[in-house]
Design a protein around this ligand. Structure first.
Ligand SMILES: Cc1cc2nc3c(=O)[nH]c(=O)nc-3n(C[C@H](O)[C@H](O)[C@H](O)COP(=O)(O)OP(=O)(O)OC[C@H]3O[C@@H](n4cnc5c(N)ncnc54)[C@H](O)[C@@H]3O)c2cc1C
Length: 287
């Protein structure tokens, strides 16, 4: 066991070491990645875990593998690395924007993909909507083995996962889609976004939408897809103004959550403008 000078933290060198340490501690142990969420537990009046297993130095969890048909992102990859390494890699324009615009530069250097997906009480996370649009799968590991879950199911069940479960990575299939990500922070940077829209569309040779995904974050307690709008986008050219009007007609799909940064109704009202901006970003990513 590498010394950390802190008997509450064990820095794991491999996934197997991390899983063994988590299994040994049972409900007293939890993974520690960038620590950006854990460090603020006292501010949120939440208890920290009695024991943490550091997963930030495990080489396997720090890899980004870009293959012809898929991309695998290790759970300990930071937002800063995600933004830098996936910029210009199709179909990750929206995902790289999400990673590169979340929080502030210091947090992005530390905050990881696995930590962002695992903070179940954090509604304003940027990566879940961007990854939902890419049909991402989350890889989970326990001492019993590994399994892949569609991100949608992971988000719905993450609170109930066994405490010995580690997110080890995320896989995206490289579909021929254009992607965009738009978010509304109240200040220019550093605060949580009031609402987030991510979009992925597949266009035919005439520029008509054949298939589309739209996902919304920060409006409700957890990010989710917007199927009513997705259906309406299909069969038309991707026109940002028209997408905004279609979104306006579908706002009944959401009940916004009230929060300190904004009331629920406001989060819903800004969605059409964010849909327009996400569509503009997706079209710009073509050039
Ligand atoms: C000032 C500030 C502004 C922010 N703004 C934004 C923003 O605009 N957009 C945004 O998306 N986020 C924002 N965040 C949140 C930030 O993205 C999260 O704190 C971060 O993603 C959590 O990742 P981490 O690696 O630091 O996780 P940690 O703090 O290490 O862990 C968070 C939780 O995830 C669990 N965990 C970590 N890794 C794993 C794993 N591999 N498997 C299973 N469980 C795991 C931990 O046990 C813990 O419960 C902001 C944070 C701060 C402090």
């Amino acid at each position: 066991m590498p010394a950390t000078g802190d008997d509450r933290l064990f820095m794991a060198g491999t996934v197997a070491d991390a899983l063994a340490a988590l299994a040994e501690r049972g409900s007293e142990g939890a993974p520690f990645a960038g620590g950006t969420w854990i460090m603020r537990a006292p501010i949120r009046r939440e208890a920290q875990a009695p024991f943490y297993v550091g997963v930030g130095r495990i080489p396997e969890l720090n890899a980004i593998d870009v293959a012809a048909d898929r991309i695998h992102i290790g759970a300990s990859v930071t937002h800063a690395r995600l933004a830098a390494q996936l910029a210009g890699v199709a179909p990750c324009h929206g995902l790289a924007t999400a990673a590169g615009s979340a929080a502030n530069p210091a947090i992005r250097e530390m905050a990881t993909v696995g930590g962002n997906l695992s903070t179940s009480d954090f509604s304003a996370a940027d990566l879940p909507p961007a990854l939902l649009c890419l049909d991402a799968e989350v890889e989970l590991a326990t001492t019993g083995g590994r399994e892949n879950l569609p991100l949608e199911r992971f988000l719905a069940t993450r609170r109930d996962l066994d405490p010995g479960t580690l997110v080890t990575g995320v896989t995206i299939l490289r579909r021929p889609v254009l992607t965009g990500h738009a978010r509304l922070p109240l200040r220019k940077a550093g605060d949580y976004p009031v609402a987030i829209v991510s979009l992925a569309v597949q266009l035919n040779q005439n520029g008509v939408v054949e298939d589309g995904r739209v996902a919304v974050g920060s409006v409700e307690s957890s990010a989710r897809r917007w199927p009513g709008l997705e259906r309406k986008l299909v069969g038309h050219p991707l026109d940002p103004r028209q997408a905004e009007a279609l979104a306006e007609a579908e706002l009944g799909a959401f009940t916004g959550r009230d929060g300190v940064e904004a009331p629920g109704w406001y989060r819903v009202q800004v969605l059409p403008a964010l849909v327009r901006r996400a569509a503009q970003a997706a079209l710009r990513s073509r050039s």
